[in-house]
Structure formats: C-alpha cells, structure tokens
Ligand binder design. Structure first.
Ligand code: F6R
Length: 613
C-alpha cells in the first residue's frame, strides 16, 4: 500500500510532488508527507488525512527546491498520525526515506540500531531504513557522496527483508535520488531535464509517458540529467523505456463527478480495447505454448474480491466452452489449503493491479506445484505479469476508483476469450462454433454502450430504497457471481449491509432476514431459469421485500405482477449477459452511495491495491 513520488529537475519540485501524490491517493490516504531539499537542508512537511491537508500545510511552510520526495500512506505499522507519516528521517535529519511495503525484520533491526544509539521517533517499520542507511554511510566506500549513498543503500538492502519499494533523498547529494524495488511496485518516469520516481505511472504521466518499470532487486539513481539502472548484482544495466499510450486525461476523471462513474461509462471502450488485442495465435499472445493449452486437464482460478467474482463467472465459461474442470479459490485460501498436484493444470490469476499480495502468493504456490500460470491483468509490467508464465492483458486503462468496475467487465471479457480459445484448442468446440461465438463477443461493446444508458432509471430507483439498512442480491447460474459482486459493490461504496445469494438458496435460510421494504435486487435474464427467478421474486415479495428486477423489456413485462420495479437492460445471450447485468448493480451502488453522501472514490478503510497479506 502507499504511494511514492520523487522529483529531480530544474524546477521547484513541490507542485510536481503534491500533484503526483493526488494521483496516487488511490493507493492509500490516511496521511501524507513531503521532503524538499532547500539550500542544503531538508524541509519536511507532514499531515494526517488526505493530500489536500498536506497541500494546505505545505503552502504555509512554503518550501522550495529542485529535488524532493513525497508519500501518501495506508497504515500497516503504526496508526495514522503525523509521527508515523512519511518521509522518515535518520538521526541527523539530513536523510529521508519514503517506503511502500513491509520490512519484516524491522523489530530486530530497530533493537540493533537503538543499541548503537539511534533514536526512533515513529512506530513504523520504515524508519529503520533511514537509520540503517545512516549507519551504513559511516563505512560506505566511494569517492563521492553519491557513490557512498549508493553503497550504503545497497548494503541496507542486504540487511532488510520483506516486500518493499523505497526512495531516498540525502541533503549531501543534491539533484540525486535513489529508488529501490523488491516485491512492491516502483516505476521511473523519464522527462526532459527532469526525472520521476513513483509507485505508479499516473503520478507523473502529465509530464512524461516514457517509463522504466523496475524489476525486483533492482536499484535506480536519478538526477535531472539522467537515470541509471542497476541490476541485482549492483552493476549498471542498459534499459529501454516503455512508451505508455494512456494520456493524462484518460487517467483523470474526464468531467465526471467521480472516477467510479467515469469508469462505469468507460466500459464500452474498455471492452473494445481488450478485444482488440486478442488474436488467432492466442498461445503466442499470452506467452504460453499452444501444446500446453491443448493438453489442459484442470484450471485453477485464484483471485481476490471483485476479481474473484470474475473467476467464478469464468468457471461457467471454461467448463461450458472448453469442457475443462475449473476450481475457483480466493487467493488467500488457495495459499494455505492442500492443493492436489494434478497433471496438466493451468493456474489463472485474475488481478486488476497485478500487485495483490495474496494473488501473487497463490501464483507462487501454483508454480511450486508445477502448474503453468497465466495472469489476467490490467497493469503492464506489474509483479503478477512478471511472475506468471504468460499474461493476457485487459486493456481498460488505469482504474482509479477503489471500487472496481471497468476492470471487472474487462476481466470477464478476457476470461470469455480464454474459454473460447481453450475450447477451440482442445476441440471441445469446432472452428465454426468458435467463429460464431467470437463474432457475437465482438458485438459486446455495442451492447455495453446501450447498457450504460440505464443510469437515469437506476438513479431514480435508488431514491426509493437508499435509506434501507440491508439489501439482498439474487442470481442463478452464471448470474450468481454477479449477485455477489452487486452486494460487494454496494457494501464498499455505501457502507450498507448487503448480501448476494444464489436464488435457489434463499429458502434454505437467508429469506428470514427479509422484512417490510427490504430491497431485493433480482437478476433475471430471459433464459431457461426465468420462471424460477419469478418464483424467487414472489417468495421474497410475499415476505415484504421491495423487488427490483434486472431484466429485459420482455422480462419486465412478464414479471410485472411479481416485482416492484424493473431495470431494463439489453440482452446479449446467456453467457454475455452477466457482463451487462453487472452495470445495473454498479450504478445502483454508485447512486445509493451518492445519496448517502459517501466518499465514493475512496471509501473508508479501503485501498486500491492490497500489497500486503
Ligand atoms: C472491489 C475491489 C477489490 C479488488 C481486490 C483484488 O471493488 O476492487 O475487491 O478486486 O482487492 O484486486 P486486484 O484485482 O488488483 O488483484
């Protein structure tokens, strides 16, 4: 968790850093801080709360300097308060560190450093890095201060353990920043006479789209004139920057009040972009051998949260189109349960960020078991894509809202493509059927463009129910995971209690929670289970539920005596329908939260990417 930004250049670094931190708030927002090198001294300003609080404090202190670093925090060690916010200083106050991740052996190091006379001011694990570098500087070899700092940081890396990315600024080395990466994200933006260090690209995308993605174990030094990359062995390493095609506008709100709303509307484009990259030579595209894909006998899907719900839908896709048995696990459970070492098994990790610690852990376990691994991921160069044998990228652009929307529908689209290619590869579906299904899939973004027009209707319906304390979501078959996702979305952004159920299950217990007016959202596409869903509506309504059906025009007509309201969506076919139905639930969550005055893009207690276990 946490966001890091560093700047070295010819201009005052403060606005770059504050702006970069605002772009990184999705990574954490309980406190923030900035350190600027001004006239040979470090000026540090820190504030509890969002970056706006830091901005106010920085305006008062008014530091000015061409090198600086900043941090936005999501607490892991030590409560959110000013002392625990970054940057953290060494004893002299001349050296500062911003850090993302966890230093696992920090207690041992802290004791050792305290015994050597170091004075700690915070409860964080980060502070040990600053003191350890200070200690190592005493003996670090080097002709210049830059060389000494580099060597002290390298030595420090050998002494700390855990998952971390950090940046260092030292008053003795003006126009010089060091970045380190080990299992937490760190990227470098290469500008003209200025360079950036950050946890993610949006932090500097306004200024440059040339990016260097660091690998685990690498270090980087930045000056205003250039960037030098060092491999695990400490030797200089050539690199070729990646050109990012997302422009800054794409990464910003584009005129919508919230990122979540913008991202719901991004979905037709996201699906189109995701499908654009799929091609006939699927094995080559994802970096796996076609022979391995053809021989598959088992698929294990691992993911967390919304991505897990995408995995649950994919089970229906893969079993239906490819006839391969699929298990779907919460990544945090997969890591710790006994997984049989089955032959010809592919583990598919679904992750928007590619940095979710639990999912990375599950991938590593699958690899230990000898399984091939495939990532369905949205972030180019992220950890999961580097750990897995192959990657099929979703192309939905940066997702800034903490609540995932466009990443989910892009994941479903990619998983649908995967299922079709697996089915074609193993002969479960013929080339003719494949072509027909693929052609249908290519119409999905058109259906999605129709579907997002339902916002007004959903908004209107939420007016009736938004004050309810508890909500139910019901679905069946391929729409059951969508009911789970609808409940998760509502919980996340509106803080209301919500549960999703398989409609057939309600009579086995959950129906007892229905009371007068309980909003019950029922996913009922016009398929063979429609009549059964109709019965579920009647059962709930008889107990006082306020039933809202998500269905087609025809479905709404047929169900009119058993429901209170209908959200009408287009029909794209049994297996594509979940991708449209979820849009109704995304708008439902958005408008409920908006009416309740919640912080939609940054709900309390949550962070966008969960990089700790
Ligand atoms: C919910 C949400 C989370 C994520 C989960 C996995 O809206 O965003 O449940 O889906 O934390 O994150 P990724 O996909 O980045 O691995």
């Amino acid at each position: 968790m946490c966001g890091i930004i560093g700047y070295v250049g010819k201009k005052n670094s403060v606005p770059y850093i504050i702006d970069g931190l605002k772009k990184l708030e999705y990574r954490g927002y309980d406190s923030a801080g900035i350190s600027i090198l001004q006239d040979g001294h470090l000026i540090t300003v820190r504030a509890v709360g969002k970056v706006a609080e830091l901005e106010k404090a920085t305006l008062l202190a008014n530091p000015q300097g061409q090198s600086g670093i900043g941090h936005t925090r999501w607490a892991t060690h030590g409560k959110p308060c000013e002392e625990n916010s970054h940057p953290h200083r060494d004893c002299s106050g001349d050296l500062v560190v911003v850090h993302n991740g966890i230093i696992e052996n920090f207690l041992t190091l802290r004791e050792k450093l305290s015994a050597l006379g170091h004075k700690f001011k915070s409860e964080t694990d980060t502070e040990v890095i600053a003191h350890l570098i200070e200690e190592n500087l005493k003996t670090a070899p080097g002709q210049t201060n830059q060389e000494r700092l580099f060597n002290a940081v390298r030595k420090t890396n050998g002494e700390i353990s855990g998952a971390y990315a950090y940046g260092v600024l030292w008053a003795q080395t003006p126009d010089f920043l060091i970045g380190v990466k080990n299992q937490s994200p760190m990227v470098v933006g290469l500008g003209k006479n200025e360079n950036f260090l950050a946890s993610d690209v949006p932090a500097f995308l306004k200024h440059t789209n040339k990016v260097l993605f660091l690998e685990d174990g690498e270090m980087v030094t930045l000056t205003s004139k250039g960037v030098t990359l060092f491999g695990k062995d400490g030797q200089e390493k050539p690199f070729k920057p990646t050109k990012i095609t997302w422009d800054q506008k794409t990464a910003e709100k584009g005129g919508y009040e919230h990122f979540m709303l913008k991202e719901i509307y991004d979905q037709p484009q996201a699906i189109e972009d995701t499908l654009r990259t799929a091609q006939t030579d699927f094995g080559k595209l994802v970096g796996l051998k076609m022979g391995d894909l053809r021989a598959l006998q088992n698929v294990h899907i691992v993911a967390c949260g919304t991505a897990y719900h995408a995995g649950l839908v994919a089970k229906y896709y893969i079993e239906n189109f490819a006839g391969i048995p699929v298990t779907v696990d919460l990544a945090s459970e997969y890591k710790y349960r006994t997984v049989p070492r089955t032959p010809h098994t592919l583990a598919v990790a679904v992750s928007q960020s590619g940095e979710t610690a639990d999912t990375i852990g599950a991938v590593r376990k699958a690899q230990e078991l000898g399984f091939k691994t495939l990532a369905i991921c949205n972030v180019l160069g992220s950890t999961i894509t580097r750990v897995c044998d192959g990657t099929f990228y979703t192309h939905c652009g940066p997702e800034i809202s903490v609540a995932s929307t466009k990443a989910f529908t892009s994941q479903l689209t990619s998983l649908y493509v995967l299922a079709l290619f697996l089915g074609k590869a193993n002969g479960n579906i013929s080339a003719t059927v494949f072509n027909k299904l693929y052609k249908e899939l290519l119409t999905l973004s058109k259906y999605m463009a129709e579907t997002v027009k339902i916002e007004y209707d959903v908004r209107h319906i939420t007016k009736k129910v938004y004050k309810a304390p508890h909500f139910l979501f019901l679905g069946r078959n391929v729409n059951f995971p969508i009911a789970l996702e609808g409940a998760l979305k509502l919980k996340e952004v509106s803080y209301r209690s919500a549960e999703g159920f398989a409609a057939g299950e309600i009579k086995h217990g959950p129906i007892s929670i229905i009371e007068k007016g309980t909003p019950t959202i029922v996913l009922m596409p016009p398929d063979e289970l429609f009549e059964k869903m109709l019965s579920a509506c009647q059962e709930c309504r008889a107990r006082g539920a306020f039933v809202i059906a998500v269905t087609t025009q025809e479905g709404a007509q047929k169900a009119k005596d058993c429901i209170d309201k209908a959200i009408v969506v287009p029909y794209a076919g049994e297996f594509l329908q979940p991708i449209l139905n979820v849009v109704a639930l995304q708008f439902f969550a958005y408008w409920t939260a908006k009416r309740l005055g919640c912080d939609i893009d940054q709900p309390r207690n949550l962070a966008k990417s969960v990089t700790v276990e």
